[in-house]
Design a binder for this molecule. Structure first.
Ligand code: ZN
Length: 270
């Protein structure tokens, strides 16, 4: 059930944002869209598969926290309104921000997450370009979030739907008016904010980790503002186009050893 629901949101979101970014794109460079989407949709399917196989763990955990009164929402006997707002924010903090931050700091996790960063044409299909190993890592963080938050299954549904939609939105290659971006940015992560994370060099790739709420990057000092037209997508250790766009190679990267970030002689100011 959670997987059917999530797959419907994934397909619906992809279609909507794909249409919007084609109507009003930010970058208009020419590239092989079919090959690019093919790779990213393959990784979206493996993400769905991993979540399908493991879904029972999430359902069991959510039922268990409610039955045993375990977790923050259960201990505080929170009202429905608090459950929705605080619950979603904490699920986003633990299940997305912390998961993502950790993947950037722990080497073996980075070796899986780097596949997401090898994309040199970020668009809405990039959202689920996750190596199957990363899908497992993220699933573990989501399960831990359910335990800490004490999230009932309806909240997990709501969180996963919003999480999938926001990820597709903030990766989309859409050009948005400044006023709209500024207004949305007060609450959620917009494409203008998240694209900075896909710049090919540090320190920009180590900023703007958020997925749903922009608050966490502001609170933890990882928030950066950059003129998006100056960005170069990718990751400096895998800029070779062949290497970054071969499916077999991408699947093998996590097991091929750690590559140190390239020492750039000057700190880049964007
Ligand atoms: Zn990242």
């Amino acid at each position: 059930m959670p997987t059917v629901h999530r797959t419907a949101v994934l397909v619906g979101g992809l279609t909507i944002f794909f249409l919007i970014e084609n109507a009003a794109p930010l970058f208009t460079n020419k590239y092989d869209k079919w090959h690019h989407s093919g790779i990213n949709i393959f990784f979206t399917l493996t993400t769905v598969l991993v979540n399908f196989v493991m879904a029972f763990i999430l359902v069991y955990t959510a039922d268990w926290v409610v039955a045993n009164g375990f977790g923050l929402l259960q201990w505080t006997n929170a009202s429905a309104l608090v459950c929705v707002t605080a619950g979603l924010m904490l699920m986003d903090l633990i299940g997305a921000y912390t998961a993502h931050f950790t993947e950037h700091k722990v080497r073996w996790m980075w070796q899986f997450h780097v596949i997401h960063h090898t994309d040199q044409h970020v668009d809405t299909t990039t959202a689920n370009r996750h190596h199957p190993g990363e899908s497992v890592i993220r699933f573990v963080f989501t399960t831990v979030a359910v335990l800490i938050v004490g999230a009932p299954m309806w909240l997990v549904f709501l969180y996963q739907s919003l999480s999938a939609l926001l990820s597709q939105f903030n990766h989309s290659n859409v050009s948005m008016p400044k006023w709209l971006d500024s207004a949305l940015l007060l609450v959620i992560c917009t494409p203008n904010m998240h694209r900075v994370h896909h710049h090919y060099r540090q320190p920009y790739s180590d900023s703007n980790y958020g997925n749903i709420f922009s608050l966490w990057d502001r609170v933890f000092g990882t928030y950066k503002v950059v003129d998006n037209t100056k960005l170069v997508y990718g990751v400096d250790t895998y800029m070779d186009k062949e290497e970054a766009s071969s499916l077999m190679n991408l699947l093998k990267i996590p097991f091929a050893g750690y590559r140190h970030p390239i020492d750039h002689p000057t700190e880049e100011k964007l």
